[in-house]
Design a protein around this ligand. Sequence first.
Ligand SMILES: *Cc1c(COP(=O)(O)O)cnc(C)c1O
Ligand SMILES: [Zn+2]
Length: 436
Amino acid sequence: MHAAFACSEGCPGEFPLFQPRYECPRCGALLEVRHDAAALRARPRAEWRALFDSRGPASPWPLASGVWGKREWVLPEIEDRDVVSLGEGWSPLVPAPRAGRALGHERLWVKQCGHAHTGSFKDLGMTVLVSAVRRMRRTTGGPVAVACASTGDTSAALAAYCAAADIPCAVLLPRGKISAAQLVQPLSHGARVLALDTDFDGCMRIVRALAAEGTVYLANSMNALRVEGQKTVALELCEQLGWTVPDWVFLPGGNLGNTAALAAGFEMLHASGIIDRMPRIGVAQAAAAAPLHASFLAGLERLEPVAAGPTAATAIRIGAPVSAAKALRALRRFDGRVERVEERELAEAAGLANRAGLYVCPQTAVALGGVRRAAASGAVRWEDRVVVLATAHGLKFTEFEQAVVAGELPGAEGAAGNRPIELPADLDAVRHAVAP
Ligand SMILES: *Cc1c(COP(=O)(O)O)cnc(C)c1O
Ligand SMILES: [Zn+2]
């Protein structure tokens, strides 16, 4: 199969994937990767399913990766020697009925995308982007460096994949606005870490300018190669549901690249005939940074950027999402819905979910808060199968989890107050405390 960049708004023309390019030269819209639709349909759907079913964690490298096990649909023309894989994908899809009951919707599954090398779903896209960079460097000598703006998880993933492939990288972070674990990761991998006195949107403006002048290759999700890897989450979750489609997929929305990717995955499954219906997509935003929600209320035609205020969900504190146009199109196509989740609601959702055995990051808590709202309003019906994309591991957000359990966040009072019980090393005292 052949694949190339094309304008996401439909301008004519195709551009090679292995040359730096992010926007349409005619209209300035983001690019998307166009696959060979005829080749996709030429293979019967039973054959596609059998091919994907035949690959899994026990397959030979790099097919063991959840992303590269779908390589024909991702980056068909990459050679094995250029693939930079750290074992991404195949995150568990877990039924979570107890957490679901607590949140008002029992038929809940959680796709644990944070069970990944760097602890977030960003690995799915970064393996594709960095593999493409390795190929470009081998064949053309460039680009000399890769860079991204980040609310934390993108930089961790970029730094790890670049370090594995010995490619120089720089990450631009808003100073003081990301968690300690997220700052440690790129530092530990030897990335050049620039902490700027601005917010995420400010970092994004600077890195876009650097990419436009050719100083760096851009690794943010406005680079369509990221979307290609991230879209495999749709393929995986359908496969994990026996190639059936859930009624809803909910996810937290920031820059909205992942929303675009999820939709792209389902579009491709549909075009191949593997699935014959589409899920609805539910995006949840923190109230402090909810430009997509405002756009939803106004009919999903356009998005008005906002100044993003503080929220515990730091990874989605974004007021001017770069993939807005793609996400709006996806939501129109997938009968989408956007929920706006207040800080106390996200804290409460985290407390309830953690008490039911999950360990959710604040962004996933926003998504769960969104499901709760959508179920309460009747938009999600009791019989609907709902999958939530858990975007990062709770262990990356220890400050948040501590605040929830310490009762420092309004809304999480029900989950708070559990403290270590300090005792002498005395059998009777311990027996009494263990089973009071
Ligand atoms: C990046 C990220 C998001 C937001 O994804 P977008 O593609 O920017 O909408 C949500 N949660 C976590 C944990 C992330 O790292
Ligand atoms: Zn265009």
